[in-house]
Design a protein around this ligand. Structure first.
Ligand SMILES: *[C@@H]1O[C@H](CO)[C@@H](O)[C@H](O)[C@H]1NC(C)=O
Ligand SMILES: *[C@@H]1O[C@H](CO)[C@@H](O)[C@H](O)[C@H]1NC(C)=O
Ligand SMILES: *[C@@H]1O[C@H](CO)[C@@H](O)[C@H](O)[C@H]1NC(C)=O
Ligand SMILES: *[C@@H]1O[C@H](CO)[C@@H](O)[C@H](O)[C@H]1NC(C)=O
Ligand SMILES: *[C@@H]1O[C@H](CO)[C@@H](O)[C@H](O)[C@H]1NC(C)=O
Ligand SMILES: *[C@@H]1O[C@H](CO)[C@@H](O)[C@H](O)[C@H]1NC(C)=O
Ligand SMILES: *[C@@H]1O[C@H](CO)[C@@H](O)[C@H](O)[C@H]1NC(C)=O
Ligand SMILES: *[C@@H]1O[C@H](CO)[C@@H](O)[C@H](O)[C@H]1NC(C)=O
Ligand SMILES: *[C@@H]1O[C@H](CO)[C@@H](O)[C@H](O)[C@H]1NC(C)=O
Ligand SMILES: [Cu+2]
Length: 560
């Protein structure tokens, strides 16, 4: 009895003392040592700490409440229906410190459209918490209109990421926002400006465009948004950022587009890149960064120009090789040194159009990791075909993913299923701590950003066919959660089976995800059942099933 009281007491004390509601979370407790001049330090840790084995024990819980609603928005001055968390696009940023626990309660108010929902925490490791990955048909049923669901995960990494809906095309109707996990950085800067979202945008909804995408191919989009705003014709307003001469700023770039590969640049300024996805890298300098869908780059820009040219264009340029857009030259914001915002007269730096990643030789992780020989390897050939209904579907080998919202993999595993349907694209990797190599290859001239859940993967080879059989060094190659499979190209990735669960791997082009470009790794099957929070999985599914049978909802895509 005394023992029980002690546990209760400790628990109550811990939660009561350290829950920090969302709005205050931004002002994180500053870690000793971390100042504008010593960004590599973080309390008792630093940029060299191996975050895959060591995580600060903060005992802090960050708690958020999200409400998803149908809204009308006009980010570029043109009105259209959309969906948003707490009324804004981008939605609220999640702030945490490295090591904190994050809890987010999500309530679905999408009654009008009868949309179920789920929120995926992109790039977040979900270390032994696969059930919180927020992917319909894989880790949960859709959360029905009128219902709520709670996600809990620990910030074992730090840096920049984003959350987004993982059902249908809902993320690109506006259901997304930033994640900032404070920690050390590989270079100094004065001011953290926060996330900077790069979105493509259309005056029709993504759902309205899906029929076109499935029958004719990717539609031409109207424009793009810089952190949720832009001008169109003569309406709307530009994103602007004020800089003080001599000061340096951290920008956390996120490509949240449905189908646009960007080059990001600020005229006359050099960018210092300090992180790719959630992996800090050795800083390198560049005039622009290539950023594929789902990827993030943290960059530092210093206001180091002479004071005459005081306004500079910030540009997100769709790469025409793989992005169809009517306003390629006008997706811009303004960096201004003085208090008034003028119209910049600056020119873009020269670049070659193309849908590629940054050069692997520039992407050197600070915490060095090596890749061992493969214990399991396979090849996946990417093709596109039309199905029986004459709709485009993408295939990995001969499988296009087709899974059911109401029958998630985790529920099947809980019920001891071992025979997964062929169209669920399951690859079983049963053994702990083995190296999985996947070679993805396509002869089709379309580039695809490949995203894996639950892991950072290592990039061992990447380029345009034919592959010469050579790999990058196995000693500290780039590692991240999203990488480009180039047009008519190949991508060899590797990861270690260190995280039991059902983990989706898919192309992050919204149309392609819906058109089945996905597979799932069932990693360490035998350990998964014990990790499942069955009561909440079951309750959420029961609410969905009841809703579905009451109103009748049709699934017309891959299910993820
Ligand atoms: C991940 O979870 C496992 C199992 O609880 C634990 O042993 C390991 O230390 C965790 N990893 C990190 C980086 O926290
Ligand atoms: C979102 O809205 C809910 C009410 O619907 C509110 O309780 C919550 O604090 C808001 N969250 C944020 C991060 O603004
Ligand atoms: C959401 O609602 C839109 C508009 O009614 C519809 O086109 C789309 O299929 C729905 N998506 C999901 C995931 O139910
Ligand atoms: C972009 O918008 C987010 C969310 O509103 C905000 O927190 C962030 O500071 C903005 N980014 C910049 C660079 O101003
Ligand atoms: C933008 O301007 C063009 C040319 O004046 C016009 O045809 C078009 O309808 C306008 N679009 C919107 C959404 O206002
Ligand atoms: C920008 O380009 C235009 C057209 O090529 C040129 O006339 C102008 O001098 C350039 N401006 C600067 C600041 O380089
Ligand atoms: C895909 O096809 C290739 C070539 O036939 C084969 O080597 C590979 O094992 C297949 N991959 C999977 C996951 O079945
Ligand atoms: C496994 O599933 C396939 C089709 O999904 C079916 O043909 C086969 O009979 C099943 N095998 C067992 C042992 O249930
Ligand atoms: C990749 O696929 C193409 C076309 O299917 C093929 O010609 C090529 O040999 C493949 N490359 C490798 C390394 O398998
Ligand atoms: Cu794709």
């Amino acid at each position: 009895m005394k023992f029980l009281y002690t546990i209760l007491f400790v628990f109550v004390l811990r939660t009561a003392a350290f829950i920090i509601p969302g709005l205050e979370a931004r002002n994180s407790k500053k870690c000793t040592g971390n100042t504008a001049h010593t960004r590599k330090k973080w309390c008792d840790y630093n940029i060299n700490t191996d975050y895959t084995t060591t995580v600060p024990n903060t005992g802090v819980i960050r708690e958020y409440w999200f409400s998803i609603d149908e809204v009308t928005v006009a980010p570029d001055g043109v009105s259209r229906p959309a969906m948003a968390v707490n009324g804004t696009i981008p939605g609220p940023t999640i702030y945490a410190d490295w090591g904190d626990e994050v809890i987010v309660h999500v309530t679905n108010h999408l009654d009008e459209s009868k949309n179920g929902t789920s929120i995926h925490w992109h790039g977040i490791r979900q270390n032994y918490t696969n059930g919180n990955d927020g992917v319909v048909s894989i880790t949960q049923c859709p959360t029905a209109p009128g219902s709520s669901v709670t996600y809990k995960w620990r910030a074992v990494q730090y840096g920049t990421s984003w959350w987004h809906s993982h059902i249908g095309l809902q993320a690109w109707e506006g259901v997304f926002g930033g994640i900032i996990i404070n920690g050390p950085a590989s270079s100094n800067y004065d001011v953290d400006k926060g996330v900077l979202f790069l979105n493509d945008w259309c005056h029709q909804t993504a759902d309205e465009l899906f029929t076109y995408a499935q029958t004719k191919g990717p539609p031409t989009l109207d424009t793009g948004l810089i952190n949720g705003t832009n001008v169109y014709n003569s309406t709307g307003s530009r994103f602007t950022m004020r800089a003080n001469k001599g000061e340096s700023y951290r920008l956390r770039l996120v490509n949240a587009a449905i189908d646009t590969h960007w080059k990001f640049m600020i005229d006359d300024h050099t960018l210092t890149v300090i992180a790719m996805d959630l992996v800090p890298i050795k800083p390198y300098r560049t005039k622009f960064v290539n950023i594929g869908m789902g990827q993030r780059y943290d960059v530092i820009v210093t206001a180091d120009q002479a004071s005459v040219a005081r306004d500079f264009w910030i540009r997100a340029v769709p790469q025409t090789q793989c992005s169809e857009n009517d306003n390629v030259n006008n997706i811009k914001g303004i960096l201004h040194y003085h208090t008034q915002v003028g119209i910049p007269e600056t020119n873009a730096t020269h670049f070659d159009d193309g849908c590629v990643d940054e050069s692997p030789s520039d992407l050197v992780p600070v915490v060095s990791k090596s890749v061992s020989a493969a214990n399991w390897q396979s090849m996946e050939d990417v093709i596109v075909k039309t199905n029986a209904q004459n709709l485009f579907r993408w295939y990995l080998n001969s499988t296009t993913m087709q899974v059911a919202w109401e029958d998630p993999t985790l529920l099947q595993i809980y019920n001891d299923a071992t025979n997964f349907s062929a169209s669920s694209g399951v690859i079983q990797v049963p053994n702990p701590n083995e190296w999985v190599y996947l070679f993805i290859n396509t002869s089709i001239p379309v580039a695809h950003p490949i995203h894996l859940h639950g892991h950072d993967f290592f990039i061992l080879a990447q380029g345009v066919n034919p592959w010469d059989g050579k790999t990058l060094s196995h000693a500290n190659p780039p590692r991240r959660d999203t990488a480009m499979l180039e047009s008519s190209g190949y991508l060899l990735i590797a990861f270690e089976t260190d995280n039991p669960g059902a983990w989706l791997m898919h192309c992050h082009i919204g149309w392609h995800t819906s058109e089945g470009f996905a597979l799932q790794f069932i990693e360490r099957y035998d350990e998964i059942k014990d990790l499942i929070d069955y009561p909440s999985l079951e309750q959420n599914c029961a609410a969905w099933t009841a809703y579905d049978s009451a109103v009748g909802v049709e699934q017309d895509d891959s299910g993820i």
